[in-house]
Write a protein that binds this ligand. Structure first.
Ligand SMILES: Cc1cc2nc3c(=O)[nH]c(=O)nc-3n(C[C@H](O)[C@H](O)[C@H](O)COP(=O)(O)OP(=O)(O)OC[C@H]3O[C@@H](n4cnc5c(N)ncnc54)[C@H](O)[C@@H]3O)c2cc1C
Length: 573
């Protein structure tokens, strides 16, 4: 039986904010667009974002200040031209969302309210209570639906179709029925979100398994700056479920078991509102040195009681509910317990400032684009500032939509390459292998070992020894992955099969994280090496471009950072 082939002008993989912003732009310009998503769009992780989206809106604030904070926050690894583009586009992005109906929280005078966030010199995070992502996602979904974007929900994209670095479609299967399909288009955009799910304690949705990255890397294409994984300071103790930075933005204070407000030692000026990498290290250090709280002494206190009931209920209602549900603690009356949690992926698919996927500094991949958390533009460098990634997803998502519109008019985009049935072979072989394999390894066991070992060996603090240990562990896990058995052999909603495919992705991209971290013998932003605690601009003010060969080995190259008006300085807060 032949596999159906569907034709579009553009295909977008992922229905989070980046994917929807692009889809809306394309559909608005009369393009025939398909959005393929393994989840219902409204379940995308963008909907879990609580705290806010940055834009310099007030006359007292400025684009330059937003740029400087972002670049300093990035530990100077961000490309300054990309940061400029995003910060300049931020006010218009917020107004765009507002004009579509996103209901932002307001000041008394009716202007959009803004709250302080870590590492920012001005309160510039616009928010809708602590449901900012959900508000934006619902708005974008409604609008793109009304415009006629076609959705393929609960379809799993397992491969891109490419020949000689020309991409002309994707291969997917229906999660409900296992029915395969080929989607053909002149432009394919990946918007598959982040990869923090490789860690045990993380704030991410189950779906954040970095599929787009591994799919891309398996074609020998490079991934950029993968060693930079952000650990958010305030995950609920034990689970890692996020307590947004809004909690510290609104005035939350951190205390250890001695009752010390310990941030005085680490960031005397910014205190709790220092950037995430610094606060996460401070918390982890307090715990490692025996000043943790809770039954396992593996957390510290986040105290919000001084804010008062009214403020907590009006500004942080979701966060309060989360702490009551998962810890049984009501932040109105008592401090809650938190610790660092893997949260955000700074690295990803290298793209130019217009979202075209890059082979290296000079060459692009024809027909392939990426935006949002799966992409590395790079605007976050070694450490992202809070409320800059909803901005990235919305701004660059839309911007990539515009790039595709203009590229589709170009002569070399006019040829519509017809896919072949054989293009689906790779996916079909993988599904068949997983369904028929009779080994003795189980997906949940391997995944738990992966996540535990990544947290232990490639987490907030890293050393040569811990990373080498993790490299060995990953090799072992990848070998064992060849012998997994899935008990469910059915075709209806076979989630065991999906989880196996996702585990394969997690194992592959984790190699990039670890190999990148081994090679980067310095500490910068979220990547902290106990054995190389200093930043080393002479050798490492550079982006990592890594690629995987046919044997699964990772090879590294380095590319210059696009510096600009802000000279690298020592980073103190
Ligand atoms: C708990 C939490 C709170 C956050 N709070 C904030 C905040 O306040 N401010 C801020 O700026 N940032 C915040 N962030 C980060 C921000 O939300 C994300 O970086 C951003 O929303 C990512 O958007 P995206 O469109 O790139 O991806 P996502 O929203 O993650 O969407 C990914 C999409 O890809 C699809 N997909 C993935 N793989 C496949 C596949 N193989 N086949 C088909 N579809 C696939 C999924 O179905 C999904 O639709 C937060 C993140 C978390 C986890």
């Amino acid at each position: 039986m032949s596999i159906p082939i569907y034709h579009y002008d553009a295909i977008i993989v992922g229905a989070g904010l980046a994917g929807l912003a692009a889809a809306r732009e394309l559909e608005g310009h009369g393009k025939h667009v398909a959005v393929i998503s393994k989840l219902h769009p409204l379940r995308s992780h963008s909907g879990a974002a609580q705290g806010g989206i940055n834009a310099a809106l007030k006359p007292e604030d400025s684009i330059e200040s937003h740029m400087f904070d972002t670049i300093k926050g990035s530990d100077y690894l961000a490309d300054q031209d990309a940061v400029k583009l995003m910060c300049e586009g931020a006010p218009e992005t917020v107004r765009w969302a507002e004009s579509m109906g996103a209901a932002f929280s307001r000041n008394e005078d009716g202007t959009i309210a803004q709250r302080p966030f870590g590492g920012q010199s001005f309160p510039r995070a616009c928010f809708a209570k602590d449901r900012t992502g959900l508000t934006l996602l619902q708005t974008m979904f409604e609008q793109s639906h009304r415009d006629g974007v076609e959705y393929w929900d609960e379809w799993y994209v397992a491969d891109i179709i490419q020949e000689n670095k020309n991409v002309y479609g994707v291969v997917a299967y229906n999660l409900k029925t296992l029915e395969p399909a080929i989607f053909n288009a002149r432009a394919v955009m990946l918007a598959t979100g982040g990869y923090a799910r490789a860690f045990k304690i993380n704030s991410n949705a189950h779906a954040n398994t970095g599929d787009g990255l591994s799919i891309y890397a398996r074609h020998g294409l490079p991934l950029k700056d993968m060693e930079f994984v952000q650990f958010h300071p305030t995950g609920l103790a034990g689970t890692g479920i996020l307590i947004s930075e809004a909690a510290r933005g609104e005035g939350g204070r951190l205390f250890n078991s001695e009752g010390e407000r310990f941030m005085e030692k680490y960031a005397p000026e910014k205190m709790e509102l220092a950037p995430r990498d610094l606060v996460s290290r401070s918390i982890t250090k307090e715990i490692l040195e025996g000043r943790g709280v809770g039954p396992n002494k593996d957390a510290v206190y986040l105290d919000l009681t001084h804010l008062g009931k009214e403020k907590i209920l009006s500004r942080l209602p979701e966060l309060r509910d989360l702490a009551i549900t998962f810890l049984g603690l009501d932040m109105i009356h008592e401090p809650i317990m938190i610790a660092a949690t893997a949260h955000y992926s700074m690295g990803g698919i290298p793209v130019d400032n217009d979202g075209r996927a890059k082979l290296n500094q000079d060459h692009r991949i024809h027909g392939l684009y990426a935006a949002g958390e799966c992409a590395c533009v790079s605007v976050h460098g070694a450490n992202r500032l809070g409320a800059n990634s909803l901005l990235e997803a919305m701004f660059f998502g839309r911007h990539v939509g515009q790039t595709i519109i203009s590229d589709l008019k170009k002569k070399d985009f006019l040829i519509h390459k017809e896919p072949d049935q054989k293009d689906a072979d790779r996916m079909l072989e993988e599904i068949n292998r997983l369904l028929t394999s009779n080994g003795d390894e189980k997906v949940p066991t391997l995944r738990a070992e992966l996540q535990e070992s990544m947290t232990a060996n490639a987490g907030v603090f890293r050393t040569e020894e811990s990373l080498q240990k993790q490299k060995k562990k990953l090799k072992e896990l990848r070998e064992r992955f060849k012998h997994i058995r899935i008990d469910d052999k059915s075709k209806i909603y076979n989630t065991d099969l999906q989880e196996a495919i996702e585990l394969g992705h997690m194992l592959d991209y984790s190699m990039f994280i670890v190999e990148g971290a081994i090679a980067r013998k310095e500490s910068r932003g979220a990547h902290f090496r106990d054995d190389y605690p200093k930043r080393d601009d002479e050798n490492f003010l550079k982006h990592t471009y890594a690629h995987m060969d046919e044997n699964g080995e990772i090879h590294m190259e380095y590319k210059d950072v696009n510096l600009g008006i802000f000279e690298p300085q020592e980073r103190t807060y």
